[in-house]
Design a protein around this ligand. Structure first.
Ligand code: ATP
Ligand code: FE
Length: 351
């Protein structure tokens, strides 16, 4: 079947057309310039931009795919979690399209989109272990089906992407922080500054990243007090030290999650990393080594499918469609929507 997917839960307006696992088109219209002056995504600005650009993204995706609206078999849309204004724009447009065409509507969890991406890109069999690591999330999931996720652990405070973004802000580097911190780190010495490795002394797969930004702030201020400012090499060394700490924490917790996953003796053991931070070369390399040591297949989607896109929404929608999981016109936009139905709510689990 041909699935049209829509994504508008954060600061990318996206539409894609998929036929099975074949991506016929994937259009992503970013809003980075719109938010640049504010040092973060401004919900009102994002909502207005989505409302203005969604139609355009859909038209563009259809024309690039060479598919007419009539040929679309179902419309899949991110119904949460995310910034409510954007999610609402997407859901309303999807409802209009589905109703107008008389075709099924499918509500997709944005996180399920990220979590199912390795099936789209590499055809992984269930169950596989997934590390979803993005701007707003960080969790280990055993993925058993399009709606069957078990959460093994996750961050108790910041998400790593957020920590990369804050690091960039503290050092005066451009947003989004991940790519700029990674670029700086390439010429840095990761051992010059001693960043903590939070939560490694605690059992299980939970993670913590807020201590890294506190450490960074302290180191930066000490350098500024001492030298009156930061040298280029200081910046590079701070980025390298920070990135190494994130890498080490993720690697150690992944080692533990793999042990839990392998306990179940999966037939085709596989690990996948997805979400924007999966674009990080140093983190990818560390986890790849870990998997190789344990005989687990390692996969990481290409970068353009790691960051927000609608191909992953169309793909997840396709799996739900195949399972008969369609929505009706009461489909709601949800600002919060945990993947694991048994998961304790994240709020209040920290401090
Ligand atoms: P969520 O999907 O949880 O709602 P999001 O949509 O903000 O959050 P993504 O678009 O998946 O997340 O990822 C964006 C995040 O990934 C940003 O925080 C960005 O800094 C980070 N990121 C992108 N590239 C890299 C990189 N090379 N290294 C580290 N982090 C990166
Ligand atoms: Fe995302």
């Amino acid at each position: 079947p041909i699935i049209l997917g829509l994504e508008s839960s954060c600061d990318d307006t996206a539409a894609a057309v998929l036929r099975g696992r074949e991506i016929l088109s994937s259009v992503v219209m970013g809003q980075t310039e719109l938010h640049a002056a504010f040092g973060g995504v401004v919900p009102e600005i994002a909502a207005r931009a989505h409302a203005e650009k969604l139609d355009l993204a859909v038209e563009e995706a259809l024309s690039q795919a060479g598919v007419t609206l009539r040929e679309v078999d179902a419309v899949a849309v991110t119904a949460g979690p995310g910034l409510i204004g954007g999610v609402l724009s997407g859901v309303m447009l999807a409802k209009g399209l589905a109703a107008g065409l008389g075709k099924p509507l499918i509500g997709v969890n944005h996180l399920a989109g990220h979590a199912l991406t390795p099936r789209l890109t590499d055809g992984l069999a269930y169950p596989y272990l997934m590390l979803l690591v993005s701007g707003g999330h960080c969790q280990f999931l055993t993925v058993r089906g399009p709606q069957d996720f078990t959460r093994l652990g996750g961050t108790i405070d910041d998400a790593p992407g957020e920590a990369f973004d804050k690091t960039a802000r503290l050092l005066g580097l451009p947003q989004p922080g991940g790519p700029s911190v990674e670029a700086e780190a390439k010429s840095g010495d990761e051992r010059r500054f001693r960043f903590p490795r939070p939560l490694l002394d605690r059992e299980g797969c939970d993670l913590s990243f807020s201590g890294l930004k506190t450490a960074l702030l302290r180191m930066r201020d000490a350098l500024v007090a001492e030298q009156g400012g930061l040298h280029a090499q200081d910046r590079a060394d701070l980025c390298a030290g920070f990135q190494a700490a994130v890498r080490d924490v993720l690697a150690e917790k992944t080692r533990r999650a793999l042990a839990l996953y392998l306990d179940e003796a999966p037939a085709e053991p596989a690990f996948a990393i997805a979400g924007g931070v999966a674009a990080n070369g140093a983190i990818r390399a560390a986890l790849e080594t870990l998997c190789a040591e344990r005989g687990v297949r390692f996969t990481a989607p290409p970068l353009r499918l790691c960051t927000d896109n609608a191909a992953m929404i169309a793909y997840a929608g396709g799996e739900l469609f195949a399972a008969g999981e369609t929505a009706d016109m009461t489909l709601a936009a949800r600002p919060r929507w945990p993947l694991d139905r048994n998961a304790a709510p994240l709020i209040g689990s920290g401090k």
